[in-house]
Every structure is written in structure tokens, then in C-alpha cells.
Design a protein around this ligand. Structure first.
Ligand code: NAD
Ligand code: WQD
Length: 340
């Protein structure tokens, strides 16, 4: 089946393209390369033996997007990753985030509607739950007021999709990711943050390889066993595999309702210090870190209830925290080596 992957040269998108191709799907990537590079298509080809078609344009451009869908009206399904994702930047530049994340979604839904394309998988986030009242957090937990414009774009996007479904033949699956980390086992693709990383694991690997002097651990006075904040880290390849299952579920008419939501997490929470300990164990390195103040906007703890995804999708995250850290480290080393 022909699948459009928007943002397919990005971190999660590239891993998903690999899994789609491995399962025999034909992939077209649309990406404006605002946070990735065209070389990723070559890396994907090295892994799978097939270079995905890459069209480079901005999905906020209504005319380009509409023209794309007219030319490709045989697409069976869309996986929509393309978005800006930096929480802090979204607070500084809210209009940029609303413009990019919402306009691109609207243009895609319009293009799909106009050309009879009915299936979309949408990248949502556990950020929609804020600090949940109950843990683990299930899909039926209340959506909290968004803590950032970025988080708000995910909430509004889910609403836009639901409203569109009410007036069209659209089917959608929103996948709410917890904290994706790690890289492909070949170390050919992985996470490529621009500038100073915001996220924990890229900061750890960049510190270990000597790009950063030390990791700041944001707070050790949280009401958790070791005082540091807890998250549900999930290997990006496990996440990617869930997208293939979701898209196949739609194409095979297995959906229970026209709009479905699934948590993609492992169901296990790890504290910042536990992640560091795991990293040190699997790499044999000593990480330089300092405890500093809490980061504004951070929640204390969240981990997924993945039971519904496990049951309905027949999917389960398989890779543990050690494997996640080791793959992230191998990717960092391979990437720095490739730049020499
Ligand atoms: P990423 O930045 O690596 O990939 C996004 C890709 O989309 C990039 O290649 C970028 O160039 C492209 N893009 C952005 N705006 C575009 C536009 N207007 N037109 C065309 N291409 C555009 O990010 P990622 O980590 O792979 O995240 C993918 C999706 O998953 C995003 O929607 C993100 O919000 C969501 N998500 C990510 C995380 C995470 O921690 N990485 C967690 C939850 C949800
Ligand atoms: C993880 C933990 C930090 C960096 C973000 C988004 C969320 C989702 C995933 C997209 C926290 C601590 C971090 C550092 C640290 N993205 N930390 N030192 O904040 O859970 O989630 O990415 O949808 O919406 O908010 O991920 O990797 O930034 O932080 O101590 O240098 O590591 O305080 O406890 P987060 P993260």
C-alpha cells in the first residue's frame, strides 16, 4: 500500500519509514527539512534496500499541499509526523507553533478530503494529560489545560481531526507517545537535535562524548523514591512498529470507531537518576552531572497504562531502558564519527 509519511526524514518518522518498508509498504515522504536532512532517505535505503520517494515542501503551503494530493490520490493512508516539537520554543514563539502545526494539519485534511483519502494516523503526545491525577494514565484520563502552546497544538489537532470526522469519511488514530528515545540498531538513523538538546537522553549522550561539560539534573526534591522526576521512556523502534500496526488496522477496516486513541508507552517509569545509572552501566562510562533547580513546567511523574494498546493493537513495547540507552550511545558515537 502507498503510505504518505509527513515528517518522514525526522527522528520518529525515519524509523517508521524503515518499519513500513520492511513490511512491504511503499512510502512517500513529504518534509520541508526544517529539522532534518535529505540524506536520511539515503540512510533509510542503506537499511532497507529501498530509497523512499522524498518530496521537499512546506505543508503550511496550501497550494503545494493541494497539488501534492491531486497528483497522489492513490495514497491509502497518511502518517502525519510533521510538526515543531520544542516545548520551550513554543512558549517563546506561540504563533510559529500554532501556524506550523495547525495549518499543516488543516491542509493535509483538506487534501485528503478533496481526493477521497480516508485514513490518517496522527502523532499526539502524553503531554495532553499534563500531571495526571491517577497513574498509570489510561486513554480515558481527562485532558488537562495545556502547559505550553506546543501541548495545546496537540490537543487542538485532536479536536480538529474529530470535527472533520463528524462531517466526512475520515478515519483517524491518534497515537499518544510517552518519551521516545534510542536509535535504530544499525546506528544509521537516530535523534538529531539542533543546537543544545532539550531532552534528557540526547543531553546525556552529548555529555558522555564530550560536547557538553555536564548534565544538569533538573531537581532532586520531587516526591519520588530518589527525588528526581519519573517518565515512561520508550524505544523509538517500538514506537515505529506501532505505527505500522495502526495503519494496517485502518486499511483492514479493523477500527472500532472512526476516531481511536492509543497510548504508546512501556507502562514503566524511570527516574532521571535511574536513566543515568542505566546509561553508565551499559556504556561503562561515568557521566558528569550536577543536581540543579527544577525546570519550569516539568511534571513530577507520568507513565502509561499501555493495556488498551497491548490488547487492541496486539502491540507491546519490547525494548528495555538499557537497550534504549545503548542504542542512543551507539548512534551518538557513529554520528560524531561520520562528521570527522
Ligand atoms: P522531528 O523534528 O525529528 O521530525 C519532524 C519532521 O517534520 C522534521 O523532519 C521536520 O523537518 C518536518 N516538518 C516540520 N514542520 C513541517 C512542515 N510545515 N512541512 C513539512 N515538514 C515539516 O520530530 P520527531 O521527534 O520525529 O516528532 C515527530 C512527531 O511526533 C511530531 O509531531 C512531534 O510533535 C510528535 N511527538 C514527538 C515526541 C518526542 O519526544 N520526540 C513526543 C511526542 C510526540
Ligand atoms: C525528561 C526528564 C526532565 C533534560 C518532553 C515534552 C513532551 C514530549 C516528550 C513531545 C524530565 C529531565 C531533562 C536535562 C534533566 N514531547 N531532564 N536534564 O520533558 O518529559 O517531555 O518530550 O510531545 O511533550 O515535554 O522530556 O527528555 O525533556 O525530560 O534532568 O538536561 O529529564 O526534568 O524529568 P519531557 P525530557
Amino acid at each position: 500500500m502507498k503510505i504518505l509519511v509527513t515528517g518522514g526524514t525526522g527522528y520518529i518518522g525515519s524509523h517508521t519509514v524503515v518499519e513500513l518498508q520492511t513490511k512491504g509498504h511503499e512510502v512517500i515522504i513529504v518534509d520541508n527539512l526544517s529539522n532534518s536532512s535529505a540524506e536520511i532517505a539515503d540512510k533509510i535505503a542503506l537499511i532497507t534496500g529501498v530509497k523512499p520517494r522524498l518530496e521537499i515542501f512546506d505543508l503550511t503551503d496550501g497550494n503545494r499541499t493541494s497539488d501534492f494530493f491531486e497528483r497522489n490520490n492513490d495514497i491509502a493512508g497518511v502518517i502525519h509526523f510533521a510538526a515543531f516539537k520544542a516545548v520551550g520554543e513554543s512558549v517563546q514563539k506561540p504563533l510559529l507553533y500554532y501556524q506550523n502545526n495547525l495549518t499543516s494539519l488543516i491542509n493535509i485534511l483538506q487534501g485528503m478530503n478533496d481526493n477521497g483519502i480516508q485514513n490518517i494516523v496522527f502523532s499526539s503526545s502524553c503531554t495532553v494529560y499534563g500531571q495526571p491525577d491517577e497513574l498509570p494514565v489510561s486513554e480515558s484520563a481527562p485532558i488537562k489545560i495545556a502547559e505550553s502552546p506546543y501541548g495545546n497544538t496537540k490537543q487542538i489537532s485532536e479536536e480538529i481531526i474529530k470535527d472533520t470526522i463528524n462531517t466526512s469519511d475520515l478515519h483517524a488514530i491518534a497515537l499518544r507517545y510517552f518519551n521516545p528515545i534510542g536509535a535504530h540498531e544499525t546506528a544509521l538513523i537516530g535523534e538529531l537535535p539542533i543546537g543544545v538538546p532539550n531532552n534528557l537522553v540526547p543531553f546525556i549522550t552529548q555529555t558522555a562524548i564530550g560536547i557538553r561539560d555536564y548534565l544538569s539534573v533538573f531537581g532532586d526534591t520531587y516526591p519520588t523514591p530518589d527525588g528526581t522526576a519519573i517518565r515512561d521512556y520508550i524505544h523509538v523502534v517500538d514506537l515505529a512498529k506501532a505505527h505500522v500496526i495502526a495503519v494496517d488496522r485502518m486499511l483492514n477496516d479493523k477500527m472500532k470507531t472512526d476516531f481511536e486513541v492509543f497510548n504508546l508507552g512501556t507502562g514503566f517509569g524511570y527516574s532521571v537518576l535511574e536513566v543515568i545509572n542505566s546509561f553508565e552501566k551499559v556504556t561503562g562510562l561515568k557521566l558528569n552531572y550536577k543536581i540543579v533547580d527544577r525546570r519550569e513546567g516539568d511534571i513530577t511523574q507520568v507513565w502509561a497504562d499501555p493495556e488498551y494498546s497491548n490488547k487492541e493493537l496486539g502491540w507491546k513495547a519490547e525494548k528495555g531502558i538499557d537497550e534504549m540507552n545503548l542504542s542512543a550511545w551507539k548512534w551518538e558515537m557513529a554520528y560524531q564519527e561520520s562528521k570527522k
